[in-house]
Design a protein around this ligand. Structure first.
Ligand SMILES: N[C@@H](CCC(=O)N[C@@H](CS)C(=O)NCC(=O)O)C(=O)O
Length: 219
């Protein structure tokens, strides 16, 4: 196995790693953690592995990783032979990708927090989280609009990169937090483009692109 992932099915951050592993065709060992209601990520067993009290946790190459940006960067460096997902030799792209990886953390702290409240009844400052989530969706819409005028569907350059993977889950899960996609047509196109990638996998709240025709039982 290439790495071990301490994983929770409803976590958008864990899903970033599951999705990227599937797009790269990489297999890994998944350990299910009872995040809710068990709070196992704060329990003795996991604190011995990582004191961060967050999921996911990745064990890879003797490292204990707790930041999904680092996990995606490591996976791309290790398994993407074409170097499109993390184009190390292109300084401008790498810089912009790092910027959008930072933005992905803002999505966790805004949409992710509001979603914890609406789905798991977590006590959070919902007004702050929702206001931040709306601001983040506006920024994302503006960036993707700018890119579409350049002829690209993706956040950086002309191909999907780890920036798209990092920002995708919480942008896609915004309706779970009470933020609908209606006002963001370019985000909707981008979500569709990611859901159409070969190797795409779902999580609860994010479904596959609809098949328009059942190919197995046609007339
Ligand atoms: N900085 C980490 C944060 C990961 C994170 O916030 N994970 C959430 C689950 S999606 C978590 O474990 N939160 C702890 C909690 O809410 O108790 C990253 O971006 O990867």
């Amino acid at each position: 196995m290439s790495f071990r992932l301490y994983n929770y099915v409803l976590s958008g951050n864990c899903y970033k790693v599951r999705l990227f592993a599937s797009l790269l065709g990489v297999s890994y060992e998944s350990i299910a953690v009872d995040f809710h209601p068990g709070q196992e990520h704060k329990g003795e067993k996991l604190l011995q592995i990582s004191p961060a009290e967050t999921l996911p946790i990745m064990l890879a190459d003797d490292m204990v990783l707790t930041e999904t940006s680092a996990m995606l960067g490591w996976m791309a460096s290790k398994f993407d032979a074409g170097k499109n997902w993390w184009p190390v030799n292109e300084p401008t792209k790498i810089t912009l990708i790092i910027q959008w990886l930072g933005f992905a953390s803002d999505l966790t702290l805004t949409i992710g927090e509001a979603r914890l409240h609406s789905m798991l009844n977590r006590d959070v400052d919902v007004d702050r989280a929702l206001a931040g989530g709306k601001r983040a969706l506006r920024l994302l819409e503006a960036r993707l609009t700018e890119q579409s005028l350049r002829g690209s569907q993706w956040l950086v350059g002309e191909n999907p990169t780890i920036a798209d993977i990092a920002c995708f889950p919480y942008a896609a899960l915004a309706p779970d937090a009470g933020l609908e996609h209606d006002d963001y047509p370019v985000i909707r196109n981008w979500l569709y483009a990611i859901r159409s990638l070969d190797g795409f996998v779902t999580m609860p709240g994010i479904h596959e692109v609809h098949k328009l025709r059942d190919t197995e039982n046609t007339l």
